[in-house]
Design a protein around this ligand. Structure first.
Ligand SMILES: Cc1cc2nc3c(=O)[nH]c(=O)nc-3n(C[C@H](O)[C@H](O)[C@H](O)COP(=O)(O)OP(=O)(O)OC[C@H]3O[C@@H](n4cnc5c(N)ncnc54)[C@H](O)[C@@H]3O)c2cc1C
Length: 489
């Protein structure tokens, strides 16, 4: 076994699919015998939609989801979509998390991932050659690498002894799906009134006569794994809305907190962390699942390169150096959003000010790029991809993901389905000789590309931009390892 992925949530399944694209043997261990019905995430933001498009998965996601206009993400402050957002997918794709999880699982399985459900990891040990994983039934499994995608209470993180500093939950929210006896009009009117002051409140239809209910809990539960009772929902609804809407027949009941924590390290030798196992924060802005999918997208090709023997030095460590600051930024923006959702007069005044500021397109676009992750730019200075060494002159595209563009034949994202590197060249003069087994060369004179050439990593981020073979020749080994001696003759 090359890689054991612990946890079959969205992060683990995305990662497994990415590893399989590169022929890596993967086994996913999932503690739960059956997929959960609990609907946490409600959809995908623009960058995750781009990720699906880059892997040829767009249709299967859009077919199951509904497209909503972008806007109103930041602390729920109403705002139109900003002008000038640089993406071919300027919408939110509404998808209940169980559907996202299922689609990612189907893709991982199609590509040959092995999944064992009802398998809980309880121990691990590592040495120079690999990792030994211990399951709850005493079985021992061996792999070259192991990735903990096992959620916020990650066993892998705890077994590694990796610190998880941050703040504990201060407030807790009840979340569930159930039926109501009150008329839809009354539910909508009462909800709108309560939400004028209490932003952590919501009751609305989620299909098939079922309502999604969100209401502040009383205090913070000692063990959040224990689901709340319907009685708690009735009590809290009555406290905030003056009615319990006649809630009955719950489909599922859960609770979530606002703990905000970031793992001190994303890698300890042969064991890595991704998704909620590496970062937790409140769900404001709907970013956690998106962040996990993008962690997996960053890690997959790098870990595969390590296993397939061509990873340049430092490539696998660049996963943590690139992704940890992105998570830190998400933690910060959720902290800020939580402040703006407080009912205290000070935060309410700041909220009014923010509402005015979001009226400026620049501010609105800045915050939207943050929440959708379109604004992510990895710092390639120093280490892998250093601008000085690659001769890319620090082009402003370098480190950013590139939007989809039309080409004379097809479009850019259509060239990224196999997860290989790509040199898109308008000049017809550049060469990837020596790396052709890892990097595709496509010469295209389409005018939407406004630089002579770009070198894209398998995750669609720009590794180099320019028109000079010398600069390209420095960038290629930094991201794609040593040239293939056979190809060079
Ligand atoms: C109310 C709420 C609303 C949210 N809304 C959004 C949203 O709109 N958009 C968004 O992007 N995010 C949202 N999130 C966050 C999102 O749900 C999480 O970030 C996402 O599920 C993280 O995915 P993951 O795969 O990293 O972890 P998880 O989904 O937690 O999956 C971890 C998996 O690991 C398994 N596991 C755990 N321990 C072990 C073990 N020892 N051995 C084997 N398996 C194990 C678990 O059973 C689980 O299946 C929301 C969260 C909440 C609570």
């Amino acid at each position: 076994m090359d890689v054991i992925v612990v946890g079959g949530g969205p992060t683990g399944m995305m990662l497994a699919g990415e590893l399989r694209l590169h022929g890596v043997d993967v086994l996913v261990l999932e503690r739960d015998a059956e997929p959960t019905e609990v609907v946490r995430s409600l959809g995908l933001h623009a960058r995750s939609i781009e990720v699906m498009d880059q892997r040829g998965l767009l249709e299967r996601f859009t077919e199951h989801g509904r497209q909503y206009p972008i806007g109103g993400f930041f602390a729920g402050i109403a705002a139109p979509a900003p002008e000038g957002l640089d993406t071919a997918h300027p919408y939110v794709l509404g998808l209940p998390q169980p559907v996202t999880d299922r689609l990612l699982t189907e893709r991982a399985v199609e590509l040959g991932t092995g999944i064992r459900r009802g398998c809980e990891l309880v121990g691990l040990a590592q040495d120079e050659d690999g990792v030994t994983a211990e399951l709850a039934d005493g079985t021992l499994l061996r792999s070259r690498y192991l990735v903990g995608c096992d959620g916020g209470r990650s066993t892998v993180r705890k077994l590694l002894g990796v610190g998880f500093p941050g703040e504990p939950s201060r407030v807790e929210t009840l979340l569930g799906e159930m039926e109501v006896t009150t008329s839809p009009e009354t539910v909508a009117a009462v909800t709108a009134e309560v939400r004028e002051t209490e932003k952590r409140f919501g009751v609305g239809p989620s299909g098939d006569g079922v309502h999604r209910v969100v209401v502040p809990a009383e205090g913070v539960a000692e063990d959040r794994a224990v689901p709340p009772t319907l009685e708690e929902f009735r009590r809290q609804l009555t406290k905030y809305a003056g009615t319990d809407f006649g809630v009955h027949s719950p489909r599922w009941l859960s609770r979530f907190g606002d703990a905000t924590r970031l793992a001190e390290r994303y890698r300890v030798d042969r064991v890595l962390l991704a998704g909620d196992a590496a970062h937790v924060h409140p769900p404001t802005g709907g970013q956690g699942l998106n962040l996990g999918i993008q962690d997996a997208f960053n890690l997959g090709w790098k870990l595969a390169a390590e296993i397939n023997g061509w990873a340049p030095e430092g490539l696998l460590d660049s996963y943590g150096t690139e992704r940890r600051p992105v998570a830190a930024d998400v933690l910060d923006n959720t902290r800020a959003q939580m402040e703006l959702m407080s009912t205290e007069p000070g935060p309410q005044a700041v909220r009014r000010l923010m509402t005015q500021l979001i009226g400026c397109n620049e501010v609105n676009r800045f915050l939207t790029e943050k929440i959708t992750a379109l604004g992510v730019r990895y710092d390639f200075s120093g280490g892998v991809g250093d601008a000085e060494n690659t001769g890319d002159g620090g082009h402003e595209l370098v480190g950013r993901r590139m939007r989809d563009i039309g080409l004379t034949r097809g479009r850019l994202y259509g060239l990224l389905h196999d997860g290989r590197g790509l040199l898109l060249d308008r000049t017809g003069r550049l060469s990837v000789e020596g790396w052709a087994d890892r990097v595709d060369l496509v010469v295209d004179t389409g005018e939407e590309l406004d630089v002579p050439a770009v070198l894209l990593r398998p995750d669609g981020h720009v590794a180099w931009a320019g028109g000079d073979q010398r600069g390209l020749a420095a960038a290629l080994p930094r991201w794609f390892g040593a040239p293939d001696p056979a190809a060079l003759g």
